[in-house]
Design a protein around this ligand. Sequence first.
Ligand SMILES: [Mn+2]
Length: 368
Amino acid sequence: MHLEVGDVSSHFRDDMRGIHYLSKLKAANLPPELLEKGQNRVIDASLTLIRERAKLKGELLRALGGVKASATLLGVPLGHNSSFLQGPAFAPPRIREAIWCGSTNSSTEEGKELNDPRVLTDVGDVPVQEIRDCGVDDDRLMNVISESVKLVMEEDPLHPLVLGGDHSISFPVVRAVSEKLGGPVDILHLDAHPDIYHCFEGNKYSHASSFARIMEGGYARRLLQVGIRSITKEGREQGKRFGVEQYEMQTFSRDRQMLENLKLGEGVKGVYISIDVDCLDPAFAPGVSHIEPGGLSFRDVLNILHNLQADVVAGDVVEFNPQRDTVDGMTGMVAAKLILALQSLPNRTIQGTALRAAVCVLSDATKL
Ligand SMILES: [Mn+2]
């Protein structure tokens, strides 16, 4: 994907980076209704595709029976809200390829069998580039992403696991999850960065501002940020302003015990997990746009996730940049394994709550 440079750049807002056809549309002085009608048709078609795929996958899972929650991939190939490189737009197909790659076993660490079609399904990608190519702006694009997530959540037992994309996608995804469930969630956010700037380089949808939008919107009650090691004064101030629990790498050895025994989501609608691949040390995951040494090991992340007590309602893996990966696709495999670690979470609920009791009744009736 190209960045806009030179003489055409002045015609573009930052959020229109990478879209060349749009400049021609604008320059051609077409009737605005014509453009709007066309945009509406493309958006309708995109939502129809997601809706029908989700419907089909939901029907198949219900027909197979025996599953009360099933992780469902939804790709959001969006990279233009990155402040540096736009490669994360190319991540979803690479992550899928690694998930189904014959080089690794089809069983997850937690004993789930990927060959069982009830374990992990897929509703495809939101066609981000195609929608932007029609001149759709980010306000509307973010709504399309939220709408797509809601369409997936309509289909019981599907739980969305979103493949980014840069981190800007977490805002429309969390907004959708919270609106659909009717209240805020708790968020476990693994990242080298807090992504909580009020506005970054003039872009309110920047991948560095997604958690400011989430907290402003009231979509999260608690926000725990883990793996932080690149944080500015504004990042800390914004953290304080929104009551964010920021756990920095410099104190990880002290915090480890607590972080490996987290219990989240009591009294709210559930837990959302957002994993920026750069939470990991670049030794484990070099394929990211922002290399930040001194991060978590892959096992640290698994320990946090495997021991988490929570009703995980949705999650994302973002910021994998295939253009920075090793030739053998090492980080793609890391992102795939993170998805599989999240996959096993939706069935785990908080002990002792009414929710747990309700889910137990359901799961007894429909044992996997
Ligand atoms: Mn990051």
